[in-house]
Structure formats: C-alpha cells, structure tokens
Design a protein around this ligand. Structure first.
Ligand code: SAM
Length: 275
C-alpha cells in the first residue's frame, strides 16, 4: 500500500508556533523532504527528533520529486517542510503535491503558520476578499505585466518581498496604484520586533527611501475602489418594457425580463407600466 504525503507548516519566526500535531507528523514520518536540510535539522534538534532528510527545493524538484514519489509508492510516509511557513505557498511543494495527487497518493496538509494570512489578518484592510500575489518577478517585463493585470483589482492584495528589494517594489506599487492607496507593511511577524506600519503608498515609498528596511516583510495593499454601475432609472426600464411588448412579448413576460436586467422589483415595474 502506498504511503502518504503530509505538508507540515513550520514557524515563521517563533519556535513556539510549532503545533503538537506538526511535531507528531514529523515524528511519525519515515522521512522528511526539506527545502534546506540544515534549517530543518535545527528544527528537528529543537524538537528532539531524528529523521532521515532528503532535499527538495526549486532546482532539484523534478529529480528529487520522482525519488520521493517512488518511496511513497513503495509504502513510506513523507512529511514535507519548507524553511518557514506553509509548504507550497511561495515555497517548494506545489509540484510535489501535484505529482503525488496525479499518482493516487493521499496528500494531507496540517494548518499552521503562513506569513500571508498572518499579515492579512492584522493589516486593518478589508479581509473579506483578497488575492495572493506572492513575489513580483525580477524580470522587468513580467513585473510590469503583473502590475498592469492588477490595475483594476478591487480585492485586497498580498505581496511577499525581500528587504533589499522593498524600496524598488514600493516605487513600482506607487506607480501602478497611485499615491493614496493604503498599504500595511507587516514586518518580522511573530518575532520580537514585529511591527505593522499602516499608511499610504506615497508615505511608504518615502519612508523606505529614508530608512533602509530590515527584516522580512509582507505587503498588504488596498484594492481599487469599486466602480458602481449607475442605478437603472424607472423611465429607461419602462421604455424597455414597451420595446419588448412591441416585439411581441406579453406585459408580464416583458416586465419579468426587464426586472431581471435592471434589478427593479417586478410588481412596481408592472404597476408603473400599466399606468
Ligand atoms: N511559505 C511561506 C509562508 O507560508 O509564509 C512563505 C515563504 S516565502 C519564500 C518567504 C517570504 O514570506 C518572505 O520574503 C516574506 O515576504 C514573507 N515572510 C516570511 N516570514 C515572515 C515574517 N516573519 N514576517 C514577515 N514576512 C515574512
């Protein structure tokens, strides 16, 4: 019988965030697929665990993924970890999950630390609808295309960024979304110097140009204002009812159709059309 693949999230800065269930999953796995075996070894030492580790990262994922799959198909259980946070979220894992799923292997994920969700929840920006954008490309053309595709995005947007690229990224966000858009710079989450700076994009770009940023950042950017469709007027709706009736529809059917198109209540529309 094949084994399973379990995605195990690890702390993004505070070791106490490792949950008992994550520890148990690591302890029970036959082997661990790690983004960086040295980082994972430190975590295992902290947990008092010893486990065989295999490396699985961006540049060996094809070769290593196949080997991992073979072992799982032969009956071993694999736990997958990245350096920090949830595997498969801007981290290795996505391809391994797909490979395992395509080969009938059961994949489970333990919920746990994720910088994106932690930052979003304390951003003070709308959380009802959001989009995760990960890292912007370093390739100028792809980066511009990505930002352009977000020009009308009304949902709150989540970006990851490395500190040494933050200044350039804030400038690009400022250019793409304008100076007044709100941003929450969420820094060093779960760590001693955790900080959330809530301001406009103009203020954020100025601040970053004055003070070189330090530590890890998630950027939460407010979405574009919703452009509301103009309210349908009763007069226009009645004209449309008359047009439909002239085309052969009964009053009832014409009213039903126009009510669907405009959102105006059927009864009121019917009464007005009779008058
Ligand atoms: N898979 C991880 C997760 O679930 O959070 C994300 C990995 S991604 C390679 C690393 C990026 O996450 C960093 O560049 C930063 O944008 C963000 N990040 C990770 N830890 C963070 C922290 N403690 N505070 C703020 N941002 C963090």
């Amino acid at each position: 019988m094949p084994g399973t693949l379990t995605l195990v999230p690890t702390p993004i800065g505070n070791l106490s965030d490792i949950s008992p269930r994550c520890r148990e999953a690591l302890a029970e796995a036959d082997f661990i697929a790690a983004e960086d075996t040295r980082v994972t070894l430190k975590l295992l030492n902290h947990l008092g665990l010893k486990k065989p580790l295999v490396s699985y990262y961006e540049h060996n994922k094809e070769f290593s993924g196949k080997k991992i799959l073979e072992r799982i198909l032969a009956g071993e259980n694999c736990a997958q970890v990245s350096d920090a946070g949830s595997p498969a979220i801007s981290d290795p894992g996505e391809d391994l999950v797909r490979l395992c799923a395509e080969n009938g292997v059961t994949v489970t994920a333990i919920p746990g630390p994720c910088a994106a969700i932690t930052a979003l929840s304390i951003s003070a920006l709308p959380t009802g609808r959001f989009t995760f954008e990960g890292f912007l490309s370093t390739n100028k053309k792809n980066r511009a295309a990505h930002l352009q595709s977000l020009a009308g995005e009304t949902r709150t947007m989540i970006f990851y960024e490395a500190p040494h690229k933050l200044e350039a990224t804030l400038k690009d966000l400022l250019e793409a979304f304008g100076p007044d858009r709100r941003i929450s710079l969420c820094r060093e989450l779960t760590k001693l110097h955790e900080e959330v700076l809530r301001m406009t994009l103009r203020e954020a770009a100025d601040l970053c140009a004055q003070q070189p940023p330090r530590g890890e950042y998630v950027l939460i950017v407010e979405g574009a204002a919703e452009i509301k469709a103009p309210e349908p007027s009763l007069e226009d709706a009645l004209t449309r009812v008359a047009e439909l009736m002239a085309a052969g529809l009964t009053r009832k059917d014409a009213v039903r159709q126009v009510s669907g198109e405009t959102g105006l209540p059927k009864n009121a529309l019917y009464e007005a059309s009779v008058k």
